[in-house]
Design a protein around this ligand. Structure first.
Ligand code: GDP
Length: 441
């Protein structure tokens, strides 16, 4: 769960206030000291953390926190607003005004540049209706060119490469000409990275930058690297004056420092985040939603958006009909699971539920929470799947054996399926509307 540690510490800090009957200047100061400590532990730069708490304190005094009815809540709100501001305030899109729009990717090797190039191409293609071209400009590592081809194949986007050409400026210019001639409206140039900042690499990318004059220069950085991420960002920005930051690997055990500090150090917005190795694991960066998450308030807006993206009206109508006719079977159940899975990995989704991070912090959430259920269903015959009522003890034993799961698990799934079918039927029958209302639907 994203920024688990930081969330927990901030929650504890802000809890100091909730525990006190009366709020005084002393315990506000104590709270802010804890907030600062939490930020430092998350690898936020000392000065940024200090300025942050100073601003919160000033605001708290300005808004007369001590005299309001719910001082604790007001302080939480001030902290949230300041966090949002610190991370850039509003979400910032990318500039796609060119024809073609040229996007230059920069960053160290291993930051997730190639992976992100693929994700961005996929995002622009599926969400923005663009026709992107990926360009391989790493002239040192043939493996890097291959990797971009693999990524391009995965998302169905063409990759331009010239394995024999050792001049990245030449390759990228030719790629742009190729894009113009062939109706591509976005060109994403993936460049060579090094393990650390190195003058030759900087010169090379600066030359490409000067030659192709991209509409967008994006700097990709691994969020796990904390303060280093911030320093690298500074070095790249001094050379390239880039337009935005891409923060990758936010699905890992990231402490959060990079997300919080980077904007105020380079004064460039974070535009996207990477939350996994899959091509779909890309999100627009919304500072206020991120602040909500950091403060353990969840991110209901993103959760609902993801659900809406995956909601297929026609499919829903089909399922309703099946339920009405008592034909809802395990194949439909499986299809529903696939829908949920498309929303993202479980850890990520759970993190978006308000309060869930804290409640579930010690629970091991499997990346593929449905694996066992799927294994059981795959061990059923087609007939069993469409007509679950025929599944007797003998069949259950066979299914358990076939799927490598325990008989109890099969029983449990059958029971759950039964309950779910009954409930869905009730919601459809007379009075169903009331029941939906009762459930807040
Ligand atoms: P490059 O050298 O900058 O091009 O980095 P790559 O794109 O090759 O990525 C390096 C490694 O990080 C690969 O194993 C990727 O699968 C992995 N990776 C990239 N982005 C993410 C992300 O958002 N989350 C996770 N968990 N892994 C990522």
């Amino acid at each position: 769960i994203m920024f688990n540690n930081l969330s927990e510490k901030l929650d504890k800090a802000l809890h100091i206030l909730k525990g006190h009957g009366k709020i005084t200047e002393v315990n506000v100061a104590e709270t802010l000291k804890e907030v600062r400590r939490a930020l430092l532990d998350a690898d936020v730069n000392f000065k940024i953390a200090k300025d942050f708490t100073t601003r919160v304190k000033e605001k708290a005094i300005g808004e007369n926190v001590l005299t309001t009815l719910q001082p604790g809540q007001l302080l939480v709100k001030i902290v949230k607003d300041e966090l949002t501001e610190l991370m850039g305030g509003e979400a910032t899109g990318i500039n796609l005004s060119g024809n073609p729009s040229v996007i230059l990717m920069s960053g160290l090797q291993g930051s997730g540049k190639t992976t992100f190039s693929g994700k961005l191409a996929n995002y622009l293609k599926t969400k923005k209706g663009k026709k992107p071209l990926l360009v391989a400009c790493d002239i040192y590592r043939p493996a890097a060119i291959n990797q971009l081809h693999v990524v391009g194949d995965q998302v169905g986007v063409e990759v331009y490469s010239e394995p024999e050409n050792k001049n990245p400026v030449d390759i990228s210019l030719k790629a742009i000409a190729y894009a113009k001639a062939n109706g591509f409206n976005v060109v994403i140039v993936d460049t060579a990275g090094r393990l650390a900042i190195d003058e030759q690499m900087m010169d090379e990318i600066a030359n490409v930058h000067a030659a192709i004059k991209p509409q967008e220069t994006l700097f990709v950085v691994d969020s796990m690297t904390g303060q280093d991420a911030v320093n690298t960002a500074k070095a790249f920005n001094d050379r390239l004056n880039f337009d935005g930051v891409i923060l990758t690997k936010l699905d890992g055990d990231t402490r959060g420092g990079a997300a919080i500090s980077i904007k105020s150090v380079v004064d460039k917005p974070i535009k996207f985040i990477g939350t996994g190795e899959k091509m779909e694991a890309i999100d627009v960066f919304y500072p206020s939603r991120m602040a909500d998450r950091i403060l353990g308030m969840g991110d209901v807006v993103s959760l609902v958006e993801r659900a809406q993206e995956q909601y297929d009206e026609e499919e829903a109508r089909k399922i309703q009909k099946k339920i009405a006719k008592n034909e809802f079977g395990f194949d439909d159940f499986l299809a529903q699971i696939q829908q949920v899975k498309k929303m993202g990995n479980m850890k990520d989704l759970v993190g978006m539920i308000p309060g869930a991070g804290k409640a579930l912090k010690d629970v091991e959430i499997e990346d593929d929470a449905f694996k066992h259920v799927e294994a059981i269903i795959y061990s059923m015959t087609p007939k069993e799947r469409t007509k679950p009522s025929i599944i007797d003890m003998k069949r259950k034993t066979r299914i358990a054996k076939g799927s490598g799961r325990k008989l109890e698990e099969v029983n449990q799934l059958m029971k759950q399926f039964d309950q779910m079918s009954k409930m869905m039927k009730m919601m459809q029958g007379p009075g169903g509307k009331n029941m939906m209302k009762m459930m807040g639907g």
